[in-house]
Design a protein around this ligand. Structure first.
Ligand code: CTP
Ligand code: MG
Length: 273
């Protein structure tokens, strides 16, 4: 994908808030510098980041009675970690938690151990893509930057979130990711190696992923119209020829997928970033 040309193409279509050259000072910060009363934190004056945390999966690979996103890890329920991490940020206007239908009317009580003024609950869909689309619909008007995050990644760092938001503010998609370090083999059905895959340009995508609001809404609307799903949101963005960049992710932001991952995540949680 020729990111440079396409970036220029869509640049004019991006709404003002997410439409800044790479090194420009966001207008919110400029307002702050002019001495907004009480602006002592140095953070953006107007919170404009909306976070969609998808927690509507069935956790089939973990199995068991309780949904994995509600199980305790690192001292509290998995989903609560990300809700609180995002709500600690002054630039976050709203966190939308997308829950399985059965829990929307009666969410787990610990979820309210958060800033409930900045918490909305939305209903999940059959596929992750649908769950994200439902969450996007509930974002309030003031949101111009959208982050999409998997509840199954409870230990996301603030520095990683900063990097994603900074790129999304430049008008492009941003994916937290880690480089592939193992040698990759493509194999056939019988397990015979077909070839060794060049890994130097391969990255493992994580979340959060960040986008200018108007563009991710367009990407999801298009996917819905075409009945398409994808395992992440950047893929829907890429399909439209919109630029997506990689920012440094973190091992701690691993996705808890199977039972053994709970122990792995606990171990990583204990290690400083
Ligand atoms: N997710 C969702 N809605 C779906 C499917 C998944 O909100 N219909 C969310 C999950 O809750 C999770 C994230 O998407 O936070 C990543 O999905 P995954 O790790 O695959 O979780 P599950 O789909 O729950 O697990 P499994 O695939 O093993 O059933
Ligand atoms: Mg799944």
């Amino acid at each position: 994908m020729s990111a440079t040309g396409e970036h220029d193409d869509h640049h004019g279509e991006t709404r003002a808030a997410g439409h800044l050259p790479r090194d420009a000072t966001p207008p919110e910060l400029r307002r702050d510098e002019q001495g907004t009363p009480g602006g002592t934190t140095g953070d953006a004056a107007v919170p404009d980041v909306g976070v969609v945390i998808v927690a509507a999966g069935s956790g089939s690979r973990v199995g068991g009675g309780e949904l994995k996103q509600f199980r305790w890890v690192g001292g509290k329920p998995m989903l609560l970690h990300s809700v609180q991490t995002f709500q600690r940020r002054p630039d976050v206007a709203m966190v939308v938690c997308v829950l399985p239908k059965a829990f929307v009317g009666d969410p787990p009580p610990w979820l309210f151990q958060s800033d409930t003024d900045r918490l909305l609950i939305s209903v999940g869909g059959r596929e992750r893509t649908e769950s994200v689309a439902n969450g996007l619909e509930d974002l309030p008007d003031e949101v111009s930057i959208v982050l999409v995050h998997d509840a199954a990644r409870p230990f996301v760092s603030d520095a990683m979130i900063d990097r994603v938001i900074a790129e999304a503010r430049c008008g492009r998609g941003a994916v937290a990711a880690l480089p592939v370090v193992d040698t990759l083999k493509e194999v056939d059905e019988s397990g015979l190696v077909v070839r060794t895959v060049e890994r130097s340009r391969l990255w493992r995508a994580q979340t959060p992923q960040g986008f200018p609001r108007d563009l991710i809404e367009r990407a999801h609307a298009q996917a819905r119209a075409e009945h398409l799903t994808a395992t992440d949101d950047a893929a829907l963005f890429e399909r439209l020829g919109l630029p997506v960049v990689i920012v440094r992710g973190s091992e701690r932001a691993m996705k808890i997928t199977d039972e053994a991952d709970f122990a792995r995540a606990e171990a990583l949680f204990a290690v400083p970033e």
